[in-house]
Each structure stands twice: as structure tokens, then as C-alpha cells.
Write a protein that binds this ligand. Structure first.
Ligand code: MG
Length: 326
């Protein structure tokens, strides 16, 4: 069970993409939580309009990514699944890791935020015990008993934490008072406190706090960075939102140039989708790439966590393989 301000669920639909060229396969994945407008059906329909050219050669890589992105009606999760698979294939064709394609040297992520959905005291304690190596938690708030949940969390651990409100707050005065208390409790950031259009409230909150206020649902693609920049301290970038590794990399560069902090997040993908995002992880301030830890039917392997960080392997491409291929 995973519970956030937008609802609760026991499972999430995912779509996998496999691109094959000269007998080499590249794999991509996106997850479609029920609060998103796109579904596995809309994603699959969009994907039927895209194909790897039969005579594909690795020199076409960027042009193909741009052509798929520049469609009149973009289905971002579908574009992301294709983009992740094409990066995996490209890395394998060139004998490189995906991060090497971008000249990224880091093979270790910042601390991974281990996400805890809205939970009872018992579930909270169990979750914390499941993750002894993690140095950082992300608590999902906005459910009406936020103070109780944070007090309960603090009774079990002194580990730093950030909170993701998932648009669950409305009253600015209450938000300021509560966030100041959160700061004293060791909270290190507040993510998406208000509805996505409520940028003025977000800015008011930001000016009252010492810790960063991040936006997630208010920011989708690179086109939003300039617009939200004055209202927040950082943004949560997800491959499924922005269209994959290539647009995420461009978005990170633009946001950094604008002085924003970077959070790389996910949508409950398993190892295949997470591995794509993890290739960019060393460029972020925080990552929330814990999808594989929150599911129990992951069909891929290769994403490993050590001391609360993702340790990237040196496999070509995104660094995963299907478990049945062993
Ligand atoms: Mg979020």
C-alpha cells in the first residue's frame, strides 16, 4: 500500500519499450500512477506511431530523439519510455554507459530519499526499520494529520527528512506556521505545498523559510523552468514528466543556470526506468529514485543501493538487464 494526498494504491501500471537493432536490445520503462492524465493505453497508442528506423545508425541518435519529442501532441510518458530505451540501445551500440554519452563522470548518486507514504505509526516504524542504510527520508504529507505523522517519525529516528505535500495544503498562514515547525524538526525541504497554479502562495512560503521550497507538479518540461524560477528554490525533474533522459539533461542545465536546486524524482518505476534517471543522478542535489524498493515484482536488475545511495554499474547503456536473461 502506498498512500499520498492524491490517493492510495497497491499497484501501478507500467509500460515497457524494447528497441532492437542488429540483435542488440535497448529497454525503457515508464510508470503511470492513476492521478496522471495519461494511461497505459494512451502511452501504448502513442508508441505505435514511433519506430526505430530500419537502417538506424548511431549518428542519428540526437536527431531521432528530437523528432520523437517534437510531435504536435506530445505524450510525455511515452516519449520518455522511448527515449530511455534509445539511450540504452545507443550506449550498448557504442560500448559506453549512458552517462558517458553526456560526459558525466560521477558513478554515485546523492543520498536517495526513501519515500514513506502516509502511514500509521506501526507502518511508519516498519518502513524505517526496512531502510537502515538510508540517510534521508521523504515523508508524504497533506493528509490532515501531518503533525502527528512527523512527531511519530521523529519518535523512531533522528534521520533528516524532506516532505512532499503533493498539493495538499491550502491556507498560507497555516502552511507558514507548520513549515517553521517542520524546520525545527529537521526537515530539509518542502515539496509542492499548494495546487500547481498557486505560485504566489509558494513564493510567500519560500520567503518565510530557511529551507528550500521545491515544485514538482507545477513544473513539467524545460519550458516551465523560466516561469517558475521566481517562485521556488528548486524543481523536481522526472523523466516521465519531461520526456526522458535527453530533455531532463537539458532541463537540469537550464535550471542550474537559473540558480535552482535539482531534485530527480520518479513515478514508481522499477529498475529499468529508474536506471535511466540514475544516469543523471550525480548532477542532482537530491534524488528520489527509490521506485525499485517500493515494488515487489521488478523484472529488471542492475540498480543497486549502498549506504543509501545508488551505485551505478559500468554496464553499457543504462545498466540494467531483464532478470529472465540470466
Ligand atoms: Mg512530488
Amino acid at each position: 500500500m502506498f498512500k499520498i494526498a492524491a490517493g492510495e494504491r497497491n499497484a501501478t501500471d507500467v509500460v515497457f519499450v524494447v528497441l532492437e537493432h542488429n540483435g542488440i536490445k535497448g529497454y525503457g520503462e515508464v510508470a503511470l500512477p492513476p492521478y496522471l492524465p495519461d494511461t497505459a493505453i494512451t502511452v501504448t497508442n502513442f508508441l505505435t506511431r514511433i519506430a526505430l528506423p530500419e537502417n538506424y545508425d548511431d549518428g542519428q541518435f540526437t536527431k531521432l530523439l528530437e523528432a520523437v519529442y517534437d510531435q504536435p501532441e506530445r505524450c510525455y510518458p511515452a516519449i520518455a519510455a522511448f527515449d530511455i530505451a534509445l539511450h540504452d540501445l545507443q550506449g550498448k551500440l557504442l560500448g559506453e554507459t549512458t552517462r558517458a554519452l553526456y560526459g558525466i563522470a560521477g558513478d554515485e548518486s546523492p543520498p536517495v530519499a526513501y519515500t514513506i507514504g502516509m502511514a500509521s505509526a506501526e507502518e511508519l516504524e516498519k518502513k524505517i526499520k526496512e531502510a537502515p542504510d538510508f540517510k534521508f527520508f521523504k515523508l508524504k504529507l497533506g493528509g490532515g494529520n501531518d503533525k502527528k505523522l512527523v512527531n511519530c517519525f521523529r519518535s523512531f529516528t533522528n534521520t533528516p527528512f524532506g516532505v512532499d505535500v503533493n498539493r495538499g495544503w491550502n491556507n498560507i498562514d497555516e502552511a507558514v506556521t507548520f513549515s517553521s515547525w517542520l524546520e525545527k524538526m529537521g526537515c530539509v525541504f518542502i515539496e509542492q505545498p499548494f495546487e500547481k497554479e498557486e505560485l504566489a502562495k509558494t513564493m510567500l512560503l519560500k520567503t518565510q523559510l530557511h529551507i528550500p521550497v521545491l515544485l514538482d507538479e507545477s513544473v513539467q518540461t524545460i519550458d516551465d523552468v523560466e516561469r517558475v524560477k521566481p517562485y521556488c528554490d528548486g524543481i523536481n525533474i522526472k523523466l516521465a514528466k519531461c520526456g526522458g533522459i535527453y530533455p531532463a539533461w537539458q532541463m537540469i542545465n537550464k535550471a542550474r543556470g537559473s540558480g535552482l536546486k535539482i531534485f530527480i524524482g520518479c513515478m514508481s518505476e522499477g529498475s529499468c526506468g529508474i536506471a535511466g534517471a540514475a544516469q543523471l543522478a550525480s548532477l542532482a542535489d537530491w534524488v528520489d529514485l527509490d521506485g525499485p524498493l517500493l515494488i515487489d515484482n521488478d523484472p529488471f536488475e542492475g540498480v543497486n543501493y549502498r549506504n543509501g545511495r545508488i551505485m551505478l554499474n559500468n554496464w553499457n547503456g543504462n545498466g540494467v538487464k531483464p532478470i529472465h536473461s540470466r
